[in-house]
Design a protein around this ligand. Sequence first.
Ligand SMILES: [Zn+2]
Length: 236
Amino acid sequence: MTARDPRTDFADWLHGELVRECANEIEPWARDRIERVQRRLNAARSGEPALETTILWVAPPLAFTLAGKHVYISRTLLERLPSDDATAFVLAHEAAHHDLGHLDLYGSWANWLPRAQATGYIAALLGVIEHHRYGPEREAAADDYAVDLLLKAGFDGQRAVQALAILENLALDRGDVDGVFGPENLLDPTDPLRQSAAYHVQQWVWTHMHGYLPLHERAENARKRVNARGVQGAIA
Ligand SMILES: [Zn+2]
């Protein structure tokens, strides 16, 4: 008999709660889009198990994943994504956390989270904590992996990376200017090539506090990767 993984226990419990309280999606276009995109990504992945994405009716525009096979995307984010391709970027980024082994980091902190009735609140909290937990290097690796995976699955790379521009806009709507562009000093006009040690130190501090590269830089990196892949003739 194999011992049960406590992370999976927690993830299973939370999944039940989230479905009961926050997952009453009835619009066929939304369900169909998620199923269609997830199926194509799963077929192109080498990782196991096949992932399943659940649409949550929670307010913040977010996506996150837990140990096991579940990925979550909020309806508020999904309805802003204009295409299967942009949706593929978000789901492929979450798949990356599974396939690159980032979920191994997801440890005991889950156990002290209160198993409360306020499940939507917990979902929002997890979305934030998880991305901070992984750290900026893993987030950047997940973006790279996402681009490679979605191209392999036959999605349009240019349309896919629009997801990051949309996340930028959503962040700006919330007034999170810092989250998009990074701290003011990173845009120092006297250092246009961003080569100073100060720039790199501040970038390191900023990204480790935020858990992400600024969205603007993530979008730029993802576009570069799509273009590079295009030149090479796509998928290996
Ligand atoms: Zn992530």
